[in-house]
Design a protein around this ligand. Structure first.
Ligand code: SF4
Length: 482
């Protein structure tokens, strides 16, 4: 299980350190909790409109599984159709190759200014950084991404990248970077960004877009946005490049409707995202607009090894962000603590899968396995189960701390014998009692300190549940005269 590093420069992620810093910052918890709950509640309220939401989610999962099972065939079909429509197709095995291809296209086109709509794949490969290194200006045109770019930060959510910023933060940023008067009026702030971006759209030589879906049978790229910026990026510039991961395929146009129904609802609780654009190659005679050149760059970057292994269903992900909104860990620590393009529950899987478990050994363990992510996921990815499998991978690779290995060994022995389990509980309680004060533990050794550093731990009940249950049974039997 290894791929290419998420970062192109020297980078050593340390989730534990970042998560601890995020927990210590009360503001992060408040901002993320408020914003994620809003989308979480909206999703829950709108899903029943589907009639039988679970049946549609299961159908979406089946369509994705079928596509992934036959990915070679559908990729061939997509490529054939894109070429038939006059588009050019490029394959990139690594992020570096994708960056080279795209900067090469920009150079050949003599591009000075590129407008870009939101693309997680481009975040993965740090495309903007590479384009700027080539001396070309690139401007993010999704409002959230634009704010992030101005601030020189990274997105903290898959769908709402600027979720960590308040309107006061944005007001100060726009005052400093755009030279406008300080205002927290969202309309005035949006109008200021719109003015800058309109001028960029008009002057751009090249547009870069991502792909929410690619339809194999027609060679159509589908992008959804709430601001219409994707439409500008794909229709106004002379050259357009679409960067997509290999897993973005759906076989037929009628399959697309299943995913469009789910995506807007799961992401932001909208019936449908405001703008759904279908792009099929460059401008043809008689077309009102469209680019002269259309390039599709298909990115692998570790995806085909995921496809070949037990984690294949993870590639069903349609990047709706619903699992992030549902996750109690993400709500508390925010997106930046994961030190990855993909935060939250899906990030704990996809990041080690696309980069390496060696680089991100803490992510699979950063979960209470509560199952809220599975409950929210529109394509039914069983994230908790795959996290357990990944913990097992850590164990096999000898990356689990020795305290965990020994602890779980004892746990397994204890759980396999009723006698040992009972005595283990007795001794465990006795040990805790020695360390306790007034029924509470304020300090636990080794990994137990992860709990007691932040809160006290209660002593287990004097009489265990099994003994109380047996007493209750006896009492009931006595009452019934048995
Ligand atoms: S794992 Fe599921 S819920 Fe999470 S982003 Fe992907 S599709 Fe959405």
């Amino acid at each position: 299980m290894s791929g290419e590093s998420t970062q192109t420069h020297e980078f050593h992620p340390d989730f534990k350190r970042s998560a601890a810093a995020a927990v210590a910052d009360e503001r992060i918890g408040i901002v993320f909790d408020r914003a994620t709950r809003l989308n979480f509640d909206k999703r829950r309220a709108i899903m029943p409109e589907l009639g039988r939401p679970m049946a549609i989610r299961e159908l979406a999962a089946r369509i994705k599984d079928h596509t992934l099972q036959n990915l070679d065939r559908y990729l061939d079909q997509l490529v054939g159709n894109i070429r038939k429509h006059g588009g050019q197709v490029h394959f990139a095995e690594t992020g570096d190759q994708a960056n080279e291809i795209i900067t090469g296209i920009a150079r050949d086109a003599g591009a000075k200014l590129i407008v870009k709509s939101k693309s997680m794949a481009s975040e993965e490969i740090e495309l903007n950084h590479e384009i700027e290194k080539a001396g070309i200006e690139v401007v993010e045109t999704d409002l959230g991404e634009y704010i992030i770019q101005l601030a020189g930060e990274k997105p903290s959510h898959i769908v709402t990248p600027v979720i960590h910023k308040t309107k006061e933060d944005i007001a100060a940023l726009f005052r400093d970077k755009l030279g406008i008067e300080y205002t927290v009026d969202p309309e005035a702030l949006t109008a200021a960004a719109r003015k800058v971006l309109r001028a960029k759209f008009k002057a751009a030589d090249m547009g870069i877009i991502g792909a929410n879906f690619a339809v194999a049978e027609t060679g159509t790229i589908c992008i959804v946005t709430n601001e219409g910026n994707g439409r500008f990026c794909s229709s106004r510039p002379r050259v357009v490049v679409c960067l997509m991961g290999i897993e973005k395929l759906v076989p037929r146009m009628k399959d697309l409707s299943v995913f469009l129904k789910l995506l807007g609802k799961s992401a932001t609780g909208q019936r449908l995202t405001c703008y759904t654009s279908l792009i099929t190659g460059p401008q043809r005679p008689g077309d009102f607009d469209g680019p002269e050149e259309f390039h599709l760059v298909i990115l692998d970057r570790g995806r085909s090894s995921v496809l070949a292994g037990e984690y294949r269903p993870v590639l069903r992900c349609i990047r709706c962000g619903a699992c992030l909104n549902a996750c109690p860990v993400y709500r508390r620590i925010g997106g930046h603590a994961y030190e990855s393009v993909y935060p939250g529950p899906i990030g704990k899987l996809i990041t080690p899968l696309l980069a390496s478990l060696e680089e991100y050994p803490d992510l699979p363990t950063a979960s209470s396995l509560c199952g809220a992510c599975l409950d929210a996921c529109p394509v039914r990815i069983d994230i908790p189960t795959y996290l357990l499998h990944m913990r097992n991978d850590l164990l096999k690779q000898g990356r689990m701390p020795w305290t965990w290995r020994i602890g779980f060994k004892f746990w397994r022995i204890g759980m396999s014998s009723a006698f040992l389990y009972r005595w283990g509980l007795k001794f465990g309680r006795m040990f805790m009692w020695l360390l306790s004060k007034d029924g509470w533990l304020k300090w636990l050794p080794m990994d137990g300190s992860g709990w007691t550093d932040h809160r006290d731990f209660p002593l287990p009940a004097k009489k265990p549940f099994r003994a109380r249950w047996a007493d209750l049974q006896k009492q009931l039997d006595a009452e019934e005269g048995r």
